[in-house]
Design a protein around this ligand. Structure first.
Ligand code: SAH
Ligand code: F3S
Length: 482
């Protein structure tokens, strides 16, 4: 399973409010990153206008859509297993069911699904969801349909996603699409296209709307959020060609954070993901200035070796990364920092790996997501470098850093013992129906007895115990933020 976001959500099907006039049934499920989950909400909104209500029951679906991930081979294999399952249901139970593939695998494999493999009826890339009504009409007439055109402009800023399946407390808000960073291992620039930012006005409208609907926390989403830049629309790489007026009134990420924080001073604001080369200190200063911007930065580094960082086309050194970490801690002493790490990138030696270990020792991340390198066809590393680290070595290195991260998480989590933390209640604890579960601004999960508190309330919790990843405590009252 892919672990970029909550593991329990992988493959979760989305169910929205039922419209009585809608007669057809859509089963939609998502894999991969938070952006895919956010995109599926946009797709479900578009489909709701096309006469589809969502269902959790695969067998009764008229249309099955799966939003897919290509980041590692394993992610694609998971989706392939699901496609086998849909096709079995289609063959044995529901022959009129249609199956569509959305997202990164659709973009990467294009017509292969339709022409060679013949396992789906519909293939739609991440920038083509507005074309779904036309594509669906083709499918209804018995033809296969495909649109995998990547766009320079599409940000879906004008579609308000329907989110009724969620806890009603936290929501994802997309702010950029695509990525221009071209890390040599990464398929995202190929599947999601060039980077473009969404109109801040439409972002603010969405944030205000979410607050009015009772949401208390948003996560601003992008493959590389710190690179957000709005100058009236268009690709990030074309900013140089913008007029003086456009340049003077441009909105960068730190400004956008400020606008969001001011628009809803009680809304908790998070963002993900930051690339160290694009995270500037004005963003950290803005975080420090506004109490409602959560003190957590997801700051993937991928490797601690300067040589490997260069091979990965990550545009900073280990020393520059340390400087950034030191500056973050100077400006926000209690900021939690999390990582993504890849082991076994081509040519990684034991010494390179030890650099990763020593980098982790230096930072002592609060938590992290760690992976073995998976060669992706079409990427620079896939084309030019041999995947030469033996699988066994990759696995051993992965286990080593997973173990190390657990030790660091425990150290970080223990720092909260006997302190009072603010928790936004999101849901019932998985382990006990008498306990609430929520997270602190630093993005650490905290569980505590329910008493009379309710979902969506900000509560001050005295931390009395912890595991390596979870704080355990007792509520001592509502926080001032309510
Ligand atoms: N900027 C993105 C990164 C997307 S990929 C974001 O929003 O999170 C998420 C993580 O997957 C990366 O940080 C990297 O650690 C890992 N990853 C990407 N390509 C990979 C590959 N080919 N093999 C193994 N892990 C990979
Ligand atoms: Fe991928 Fe690097 Fe962009 S990891 S999403 S190319 S920042």
């Amino acid at each position: 399973m892919e672990k970029i976001i909550d593991e329990n959500k992988q493959g979760e099907s989305l169910v929205l409010e039922q419209k009585e006039s809608n007669k057809r049934k859509l089963f939609i499920e998502s894999y991969g990153c938070a952006m895919n989950f956010s995109d599926s909400e946009i797709v479900a909104s578009i489909m709701s206008e096309q006469g589809f209500n969502t269902t959790k029951n695969l067998e009764e679906a008229d249309l099955v859509l799966v939003n897919t991930c290509s980041i590692r081979d394993k992610a694609e294999q998971t989706v392939r297993k699901r496609l086998e399952k849909y096709n079995a249901v289609k063959r044995d139970i529901n022959p009129k069911m249609k199956v569509g593939v959305l997202g990164c695998m659709a973009e990467r494999l294009k017509t292969k699904f339709l022409e060679e493999e013949k396992i789906v009826d519909l293939v739609v890339g991440p920038d083509a969801y507005k074309d779904l009504p036309n594509l669906l009409a083709e499918v209804d007439e018995g033809r296969d349909a495909i649109n995998v055109i990547l766009s320079k402009e599409e940000t879906y800023g004008d579609i308000s996603p329907v989110r009724l399946n969620t806890n009603g407390v936290t929501a994802l808000v997309s702010i950029t699409r695509g990525c221009d960073n071209m890390c040599t291992f990464c398929v995202v620039p190929f599947t999601r296209g060039r980077e473009r930012s969404r109109d801040p006005q439409s972002i603010l409208e969405e944030v205000n709307d979410l607050w009015n609907k009772g949401y208390k926390e948003i996560t601003l989403l992008g493959q590389n959020v710190d690179s957000f830049l709005w100058y009236g629309g268009g690709l990030k790489k074309d900013f140089e060609k913008a007029s003086d007026m456009q340049k003077a009134t441009a909105v960068n990420f730190s400004k956008l954070l400020e606008l969001c924080a001011k628009a809803q001073p009680k809304m908790r604001i998070r963002f993900s993901t930051s690339n160290p080369q694009d995270l500037t200190l004005d963003v950290v200063q803005t975080m420090a200035k506004f109490q409602n911007i959560c003190n957590h930065i997801h700051l993937p580094v991928q490797s601690g070796s300067n040589r490997i960082l260069k091979e990965m086309n990550r545009l900073h050194t280990r020393e520059e990364y340390f400087e950034l970490i030191d500056n973050i801690r100077k400006i926000i002493p209690n900021c939690s920092i999390s990582q993504d790490m890849i082991v076994g990138f081509p040519t990684e030696t034991e010494a390179d790996f030890q650099d990763t270990v020593s980098l982790m020792e230096y930072v002592k991340y609060n938590f992290g997501y760690m992976f073995t390198y998976s060669e992706r066809p079409g990427t620079m590393a896939g084309r030019n470098m041999e995947d030469d680290v033996p699988e066994e070595t990759k696995k051993r290195r992965l286990q080593d850093i997973v173990d190390l991260q657990r030790i660091h998480s425990e150290i970080r989590t223990k720092e909260h013992l006997n302190t009072v933390v603010e928790v936004l209640i999101e849901k019932e604890s998985k382990k006990s129906n008498t306990q609430w579960s929520g997270s602190t601004p630093q993005n650490i999960v905290c569980v505590f007895p329910k008493d009379d508190y309710k979902i969506g309330e900000f509560v001050n919790v005295k931390v009395t115990d912890c595991t390596s990843a979870t704080l355990i405590g007792e509520a001592i009252g509502l926080s001032e933020n309510n």
